[in-house]
Design a protein around this ligand. Sequence first.
Ligand SMILES: Cc1ncc(COP(=O)(O)O)c(C=O)c1O
Length: 366
Amino acid sequence: MTSPRSAEPQRLTRADLEALPNYVPGRSPADLARELGLPEAIKLASNEVPYGPLPGVVGAVTDAVASAHRYPDMGVVALRAALAERYGVAPDRIATGCGSVALCEHLVRATCLPGDEVLYSWRSFEAYPIIAATSGATSVRVPNDAGHGHDLAAMAAAVTDRTRIVLVCNPNNPTGTSLRRAQLDRFLDAVGDDVLVVLDEAYREFVTDAEVPDGIEEYADRPNVVVLRTLSKAWGLAGLRIGFMVGQPAVAAAVRKVVTPFSTNLVAQAAALAALGQEDEVRRRCALVVAERDRVTEAMRKLVPDVPDSQANFVWLPLRDRAAAFGAACEARGVIVRPFPGDGVRVTIGTPAENDAFLAAAEAAL
Ligand SMILES: Cc1ncc(COP(=O)(O)O)c(C=O)c1O
C-alpha cells in the first residue's frame, strides 16, 4: 500500500548538499556573443588550450565511433601500455578516469570513510571541497600563503590522525603558483606514510621552472604518493574527458575498483592514443602558451602589481573585492574570464589575438 501524500514534498536527497557550491563551468561564448550582438566572444575561463585537437585526433575519433555500439576496453590496456611507456612506469601503476577530476574523487572514495579528513590548501581547485563533501569526508583547508601558494609547513602541521589524503595542486589552480623541489621534499618527508599525498599536476606541461619537480619522475616511487595528470589541457582533449594517475599498484587497483565501469570511454581511449603520438606538437603549443603567459603577466602587472608568477596556462589577478566587477566588465567587452568573488580572477592564456582583446578589456575595466 502506498502512504498518503503529504502536502510538503519529501526530501529525497541529502540536506547537506544544499550548502555545497556548484562546480562552475565557463560561460558559453556563443550565448555571450548573441547577448552582446557580437560576431563572437572569447572564452578565457576554463584553462583550455586554444589551438584545436592535435593532428590525428579527429581521424582517430572518427574511426573509433564506428564501434560506438560496443563497450570500450574496460582494462584500458592499450592506452595504459602507451602511458606506461611514455612515463617510464609499469602499467599496473596507472589508472585512467573520466578526467583527472574523476580520479581525484575515486582517490578520496578509496581512502576516506565518513568523518575522515581531506587536507588541501585554499584557495585551490574548486572541485576539492565538492569531492570531499560528496564523499562524506571532512575538508580541512589550510589558507594559501601571502604569495597565493600552498603553505606546506602549515599543511604538514595540519595533518591529524584523521587525515587520510592530502591534495597538493602543483602548479596551483587558480593562482598559478608552484612548489619547488626542496619544499616538496621537506613536505613529503614530514608527512607519514599512512597518509596518501596526491600531487595534482594538471598543468605540468606548462612548467618552465627547472626547480619545479616532475612528480612522476621524482616522487611517484614513494609508497604514499599518487600523481594525477590530465589530457584536457596541453593535450587538447578536454571535451573527451580523460585523465590518468600514477601510484603504487595497490592504490591504482583500489581506484580501478571504485571507478564507474567503462568510464574511460571508447572515443577518449582512441583520442588519447593518437594525442600521445603528437608530443612534439604539444611542446610547440606549450611554448606558445608560455610566451604569451609571460607577456600577459608583464602587461597585467602594470595594472595589478601583485600578480604572482604563473607556471600554468593562466594568470591570477588578486583583485579581491574588485574581482566580480572586473569579471563582469570583461564579459561586457566580449571576454569571458573566471572571477572568484572577493578573491581574484583567473584568466586563461589564449591565442595572441585573444590575449590582446583581454588586455584591452582589462585596461578599460581597471
Ligand atoms: C588542478 C586541476 N586538477 C584537475 C583538473 C581536472 O581536469 P580534467 O577532469 O579535465 O582531467 C583541473 C581542471 O580544471 C584542474 O585545474
